[in-house]
Write a protein that binds this ligand. Structure first.
Ligand code: SAH
Length: 251
């Protein structure tokens, strides 16, 4: 393994690091190293304390935690913090849950850095859909069940753009909804009215990869009912692969 460090420049440098879904051991080796070397760590709510504790005691830790529908610190201000800390010459780690490019606004933050000519790198993380299903014993694809998988935001209609329900429902994919708990009734109704069988197995994985992980399973017609028993963070998985949970659960 080659340990190459981030380029050092007087203008500072930003590493956009995905912390993985919860279990701190799922951080990448590269993520581990850049966190240890950081002068400043700007982090979100879903990052585990074990991962934060990897930072040097001299590092400045800035919490910009995000909750569903509510941002502790507005996005523009987060962008400004990153720009200011980098321009001051720091090695900045921007630490996010899962993978920064999957529903993580990583792209938006990098665009801002690019506009200010600030150098950056991206350290990928294990996204919740991959981590939580692995720990739940639900293979996202399987030759007998699903040939593809789709990751979908449950923040539906937020910016006026509706999901293509018809093509989703016809696709025979595994469907993974992020941030979908509150919209579970709508998701259930749209999928069924666009042709998915109400008996289609589905699962809700709550606190995936964490010690408190819980997997609720049922039929699509029971999805919104299941969701009332679940807490955030949780993923909704729709597809026959979820029936394998009972056979393959291990965690
Ligand atoms: N960038 C993150 C996703 C951020 S959106 C990633 O790649 O995973 C936040 C949503 O991710 C939550 O609402 C939930 O749907 C999902 N999520 C994050 N961590 C999770 C976990 N440990 N278990 C289940 N779902 C999780």
């Amino acid at each position: 393994m080659t340990a190459h460090s981030s380029p050092s420049t007087s203008r500072g440098f930003v590493s956009l690091v995905g912390a993985g879904p919860g279990d701190p051991d799922l951080l990448t080796v590269k993520g581990y190293r850049v966190i240890q070397q950081a002068d400043v760590v700007v982090y979100d709510r879903l990052v585990s304390p074990e991962i934060l504790s990897l930072a040097s005691t001299k590092a400045e830790m800035i919490y910009v935690g995000k909750k569903l529908d509510y941002h502790c610190v507005p996005q523009e201000q987060i962008n400004q913090i990153l720009v200011d800390k980098a321009l001051a010459g720091n090695k900045v780690v921007r630490l996010k849950g899962g993978d920064s490019f999957i529903f993580g606004r990583g792209g938006e933050e990098l665009e801002e850095l690019a506009e200010h000519d600030i150098d950056f790198e991206v350290v990928p993380g294990i996204t919740a859909a991959a981590g939580a299903t692995a720990y739940a014993g639900i293979p996202l694809t399987h030759r007998d069940h699903a040939q593809s998988v789709q990751f979908i935001t449950g923040h539906i209609q937020k910016d006026g753009r509706e999901i293509e329900w018809h093509s989703l429902a016809q696709s025979n994919n595994t469907l993974v909804f992020y941030m979908g708990l509150k919209q579970s009734g709508y998701i259930e109704q749209q999928l069924m009215s666009n042709g998915i069988d109400q008996q289609m197995p589905c699962a809700i994985i709550e606190n995936g990869t964490r010690r408190e992980q819980r997997v609720l399973t049922g039929k699509l017609s029971e999805l919104s009912e299941l969701a009332t028993q679940a807490v955030s963070p949780a993923l909704i998985v729709v597809g026959s692969v979820t029936s394998l949970h009972h056979k393959l659960k291990w965690f």
